[in-house]
Structures are given as structure tokens and as C-alpha cells.
Design a protein around this ligand. Sequence first.
Ligand code: ZN
Length: 342
Amino acid sequence: MKAAYFKEHGGSDKILYGDYRDPAPAAAEVVVRVKACALNHVDMLLLDGRFPPPEGLPHVNGCEVTGTIETLGEGVSGRARGERVVIFPGFSCGTCEFCLRGERTVCLRYGYLGAHKDGGYAELVKAPAANLLPLPGSISFEAGAAVPLAMLTSWHALIAQADLRPGQTVLVQAAGSGVGSAAIQIARLVGARVMTTVGSDDKIEFARGLGAEHVVNYRTQDFVEEAKRWTGKRGVDVVVEHIGGETFERSSYALSRLGMLVSIGSHDTHWGRLDLRHVYSKNLRIVGTNLGSIAELRTVLEYVAAGRLTPVIDRAFALKDARPAVQHVLERRNKGKVLLVP
Ligand SMILES: [Zn+2]
């Protein structure tokens, strides 16, 4: 098969396109013919070596995949060749303490499609059959590929972790990202009020269109001051934070008393400081989250199928153009998800 892969760490120039070993399904696995694969920031961390692929190099990125079933491994039942599917990207062991507690995203042996195993920047990818969900006919392969990581993570962050309620205020960092564009819509769906940040003025109308009430250009405005002004000095109930560094620290200053900062990524840096006086005196909650459950993914797909949530697609590149596609994301020129289509 053809794939876009890398043999050494670095920038987009390290991505090669060409022949790659065909995935062979083990027992209880399937091979999926990829129809669309979305890019994510974790791909960039894998590429530049900040999160080296556990199976080593060469490696194929790509954790958000839709496609059709190509080959069934031994012992797989209830699936048919050609079935339209979306792949739930998290792998868990099912037997450790945390899996047994039903908390599979913190499995001791947790892994991601496209990180711990080769992913979807390819014509074919393999995954456990248990990770497949049917892709409803009303959802295109392209739209479906924006759901299983970005939209699911935002859903779990706001619904399960933050327990967001109507009327609460939310600051969503980076409206132009897949996670940001999803979080704004999900917060609006439950009736919360949203402010968000963008890095260029040309994304302001885009963010308003998603449902954000107040949009701040973080390069020219102070988002903490804007959050205070927007909430009458109170601060917001929830921040969705996935940047790290100074943005993480300053996000904590935008919170109201009893507010919650949900940390769902570290796009700029893995490090972030906190002024602990704010944390204890305001009873802040700092909560980490990653992905969500396969049951939540099913729910999110139902909302997408019903037109209540809309995956935001920036553009689709051909698989052979993975290199410019990655560069497009690294330069943060995208509004929503960037896809590869074999
Ligand atoms: Zn486990």
C-alpha cells in the first residue's frame, strides 16, 4: 500500500510518501480501507520527537480515521466487508485496575491509533474490531474523520468532566483548532455561553459563526482581562485549555471562584505554571482529560448525524500531499480540521 510516513524526526520535510508494509490483521482485528484521516496536534509531537512512537520508526501518523472494512481477521463476527466505519482511536487492555473500574482512557497499557500503532496516513490501517463503530449514512467520510478524537475529547471534557450547565460561561482556547471548534459547539448545545481566542482577525467571524459570543485575538488583546470584562469581573466557570505554557497559567487567572480548568493538550509546551494562591483561595479545580469512551463517541455521532453538531473541515489534501498538509497545520493556517484523503 501507499502511505505517508517518516523515518526520522523533524518538520514536515521528514514526511515521505511511498510504498509501506501492508497491515495484516491478527485475530479479532480488521483492516480498514481509509477514506479520510484527520490531522491532529499529537501527529506533530510524534513527528518532531516530543512524543516518540513507542513502536519506533518508521511510523505512520493518523488517529482519526473513517473508511470501509477491507479484511476481517480470525474470529471477527458481526462485521461485513465494505461496511462504513469510524475507528475509535483508543486502545485499552480491559484487565488493569482502571479498565476494571470502567475508566479505560487511563488504562495502564493505554495506546492510540497512529501513536502506539501505525495510523491512517495510509491507504489501509488495522484496528481491533471492538474499536469500530458504524458511520451513519448521513455523515460523510470527511466529516466523520473529524469526530473520533477532536470532537470526542471536547465532548468528554465539557460534558463528563466539567458537567457543564446552561448559563455557565466557558473560555475555549483556539477556536481555529479541531478541539476548539468542537468545544464551542458543544458548549452552545448545552446552553452555556462561550468566549474564545483566535490568533488572527480573519478567524473572528468564523468563531462567531460557531456560536462564540465574545472572540478575542490573543495576539493583540489580553484574554484574561477580556474574560473579566465579559463576565463583569467574575471570571468564567470553565476553561478548555490545550496550549500549555503561559496560556495554561493565564487561563487559570480567567477562572471564577470554584472554576474548572480542563487540560486536554499541550500544543506549545508540556509545561505550565500555576499561582497556587489562586488555586486554593478560589477553590479552583484543575482536571486533566484525554479522549472519552466509545459510548460517548456513539452519542457524538448521533448528534452529528442529526445536524446538531457540525465537524468543521478546513480542507482535504490528497494523501500524497501529506507534507504540505502537515505544514499547513504547523503554520496554524487552518480553521477546523485538515484531512488526508487517499
Ligand atoms: Zn487497562
